[in-house]
Write a protein that binds this ligand. Sequence first.
Ligand code: SAM
Length: 229
Amino acid sequence: MPDPITMPDPHSPNERIFNKRRKMLVEELASKGIRDKRVLRAFEAVPRHMFVDTALSNRAYEDTALPIEMGQTISQPFTVAKQTELMEVEAGDKVLEIGTGSGYQAAILCELGAKVFSIERHPQLYDRSREILQKLGYRPTLKCGDGTMGWSAYAPYTSIVVTAGAPVIPETLKNQLDIWGRLVVPVGDEEKQVMYRITRRGEGEGDFEEEKFSIFKFVPLIGRQGWSQ
Ligand code: SAM
C-alpha cells in the first residue's frame, strides 16, 4: 500500500532542506547541458519529493530514476528536462503526455503554462497521480488507457511526449500533431532507446522531419502501437 498523501508544512525544516536540494539539482541539470531557463525554473518550482514514496523522499533530488508503484519509475530528472526542452513548450500550448506515471512530468509541463493532457495505462498510477497533482494545485486533464492511440478528442497537439520506450514511432501520435507540432519519443529495443523528435511540417503523409538525440533507458511502452504485454 502506498503512503497516504499529506501536504507538508512549507516552513518545516524538512521542506527547507528539500528546497535547498532542489536548487542544487537545478544547478546540476544546468551543468549537464539543460539551457532553457524556463525549464530550469519549472524544476525549481515542482516538489519532486511529493511524487515518490516517503521512504524514497530523501533521494528525490538525486539525478536518478526512482521506483514507483506497479514496477514503473519516475524518470531521471535529466531525462525529464531533456524531453521537456526538446518539446519547446510555450505557455498556452496544448501538450499530450503518454505515461503519466508519478505525475511529475505533467506538473513540470503545467508549470510551463501548457494545457496538459496525460494518459496512464495503470489505474493505480492514474489514481495516485491525479490525487497528488490536484493537491499541489496542478490541473492537467488525465485519462486511464492505452496512450499509443493518442487522445483524438483533444487533437491536434502542439507537442506530444512519450515517457516510455517505444519499439517504433507510433503513427497515430504523429497524426495527432498540429502543423509545426513536435513529437518527442524514445525508440529502440527494451535495453536502450534513441530520443527522436519528429516535427510536422505540413498536412501530407511525408511532411515530417526526424531528428535523433542521445541514448536513454525507459520502461517499455505497452499498447497497440507499442510492445505487447
Ligand atoms: N512521466 C512519468 C513521470 O513523470 O513519473 C514517467 C513514468 S514511467 C518512466 C512511464 C510510464 O508509462 C509508466 O507509468 C507506464 O505505466 C506508462 N505506460 C507504458 N505504456 C503506456 C501506454 N501505452 N499508455 C499509457 N501509459 C503507458
